[in-house]
Design a protein around this ligand. Structure first.
Ligand code: FAD
Length: 547
């Protein structure tokens, strides 16, 4: 008898699962139910469609129901919403939206891939026309039409997460003046606050107004003009408002069917993506996953994990051993020529998870050999375990090469690699592409120096009130252009001759511009018996901490 596999949701997780299933089992009857009008569309491309970077809507359609049928013999029912699961009878109840017809379908295996819905808090004025969220192609049509029909000039983006920042860039590309409002004191919460600082400055340099540290309290309309009202009482005027306040797992169907739901509201699955019902699997934004680093349950609404989980579920349904290893949240976001990338744990996420025993190093290397034209500065942070040197997380911000470094470190995290492995890894090098000591190697070296005891770190957060002598080893003109409050200047090249000017009864914290000269200085001072620590990442990192 043919195996009947029904799939709820036909985008990243659902579509991947369906096609993998077909490659493993030519005889199964596979049906995808999708309540929207499209299957397998590129929701990640939607901000760029709003911004006219992608001009042809058809480019967003990765596949069509006809193609699914022809190539994979998979039936796709768009405009069909699954309303309920009858687990006892192994049936689902479906409504055909165009006709209102209800019907049932039986399954041997059921896959839930319903995704996540944008958060729309029940605030005053939330239902005013002109307030949008972005999840589907029709959502993007509505935003485009609104901009065009109203000749919109100003937008407020509520929420400075990944989608919010992508929308910001694209609205600016459409000629709108954009304000981003966020309750946090930073944008892109995937980054630690100090790492988000260059991003904030870059947004402002591109004309974006930032309204941070203030939550959205409601919305108002006055003579056709919208406004976001903030908790502090500010009124941010706009012709349109885009809500990017995060997403919530679409787990209602699973919850009603009595499947186990986690504390974060996602569907609980095992490592083969099977739910608490052995005939039902769940994948994608709707599920909770184990964090690769912390081991805690987590929601990771990203396309890569959704695709991988779809594949794992298909393997599992076909009786193949398959394991989803957990999510490390590897993320990348582009904004006005800048790339922000991160993988694994941030200091913030470790603190929130109650995990200690980590250290972080900062570095600001060039994206490729500095003597070759066009090198761009990268800002990087590496977080690692002090117990065994395991790499726990990394963040990189810059105009070139950020995502490449984070991809390498993402793989290192997958393989439980240590900072010593990063020192050793052999990466592409020619002057236009990198450096003989790639930023990934440098990050490993900086961290390994700490673990070997060659460098003692001075935590930036303890700078104020540390009681240490802050020694700035940059050149005089650099110091004159700006320095840490209270820092004493003694350029590196004069250090050996002027050691007797430094105190032996007081800790010395050394800094330079990016942390390289201060490391050299620290090694000199340490070997001359001084008690010395390094302010990792130097003056550039101080800037981030200051804000
Ligand atoms: P979805 O892709 O959301 O698909 C779920 C589908 O299920 C929906 O089409 C929905 O209509 C359907 N459905 C739900 N309930 C039912 C029901 N009861 N009956 C029938 N159908 C149902 N991720 C990245 O990694 N990188 C990016 O750059 C990125 N950019 C993004 C930009 C935007 C604007 C958005 C919205 C998301 C972005 N994401 C990005 C996230 C990524 O798209 C999601 O993580 C991924 O699509 C999740 O896949 P999924 O299959 O779980 O859910």
């Amino acid at each position: 008898m043919e195996k009947r596999v029904l799939i709820v949701g036909g985008v990243a997780g659902g579509a991947t699962c369906a096609t993998r299933l077909r490659r493993l089992d030519e005889t199964a009857r596979i049906i995808i139910f999708e309540r929207g009008p499209f299957v397998a569309f590129a929701n990640c491309g939607l901000p760029y469609y709003v911004g006219n970077v992608i001009q042809d809507e058809s480019k967003l359609l990765i596949s069509t129901p006809e193609q699914f049928l022809m190539r994979f013999n998979i039936e796709v029912r768009t405009g069909n919403e699954v309303l309920a699961i009858d687990r006892a009878r192994r049936e689902i109840e479906v409504r055909e939206l165009a006709t209102g017809r209800f019907y049932r379908e039986a399954y041997d295996a059921l896959v839930l891939a319903p995704g996540a819905e944008p958060v729309r808090p029940a605030l005053p004025g939330i239902d005013l026309p002109g307030i949008f969220t972005l999840r589907t192609i029709p959502d993007s049509h509505r935003i485009r039409e609104w901009i065009e029909s109203r000749s919109a000039q100003r937008a407020v983006v509520a929420g400075g997460g990944l989608i919010g920042i992508e929308m910001t860039e694209n609205l600016v590309l459409r000629g709108l003046k954009v304000t981003v409002v966020d309750k946090l004191p930073q944008v892109l919460p995937v980054l630690d606050t100090e790492m988000a600082e260059p991003v904030c400055r870059h947004l402002e340099a591109n004309g974006v107004a930032l309204y941070l540290g203030d939550g959205v309290a409601g919305f108002a309309e006055d003579q056709g003009r919208l406004a976001v009202l903030t908790e502090s009482g500010a009124r941010l005027a706009a012709d349109l408002i885009v809500l990017s306040l995060g997403v919530r797992p679409d787990s209602a169907l699973a919850r009603t069917a009595g499947l186990e739901i986690g504390e974060l509201g996602g569907i609980r699955v095992d490592d083969s993506m099977r739910t608490s019902d052995p005939s039902i699997w769940a994948v994608g934004d709707a599920v909770e996953v184990r964090d690769t680093v912390t081991g805690h349950w987590r929601l990771v609404p990203l396309a890569g994990p959704a695709n991988r989980q779809g594949r794992v579920a298909a393997d599992s349904i076909c009786g193949r051993p398959a394991v989803f290893r957990g999510s490390q949240g590897t993320t990348v976001c582009g904004l006005f020529g800048m790339t922000v990338a991160a993988t694994g744990a941030s200091e913030k996420s470790l603190r929130e998870a109650g995990i200690s025993g980590y250290e972080a190093v900062y570095l600001h290397p060039e994206s490729h050999a500095s003597y070759y034209p066009g090198a761009k500065r990268l800002h990087m942070k590496l977080v690692f375990s002090v117990r065994d040197g395991r790499v726990w997380g990394a963040q990189a911000v810059g105009e070139e090469g950020a995502e490449r470094r984070i991809d390498v470190i993402a793989m290192a995290i997958q393989k439980n690699a240590t900072v010593f492995d990063l020192e050793d890894c052999q990466l592409c090098y020619a002057p236009q592409f990198g450096s003989a000591k790639d930023p990934v190697n440098l990050a490993g070296m900086a961290a390994a120096n700490v673990l070997r005891g060659d460098v003692h770190m001075a935590p930036w957060r303890d700078l104020a009130g540390s009681g240490a002598l802050i020694l700035d080893v940059r050149e005089r003109y650099e110091y004159a252009a700006g320095h840490i409050d209270g820092a004493v200047n003694l350029p590196l090249d004069e250090l050996r001759q002027r050691l007797d000017e430094l105190p032996r009864d007081r800790e010395i914290w050394v800094n330079c511009a990016i942390g390289e000269r201060s490391y050299y200085a620290l090694r000199i001072l340490q070997q001359h018996g001084f008690t010395v620590r390094n302010l990792s990442g130097g003056y550039l990192t101080w800037w981030g901490w200051q804000q």
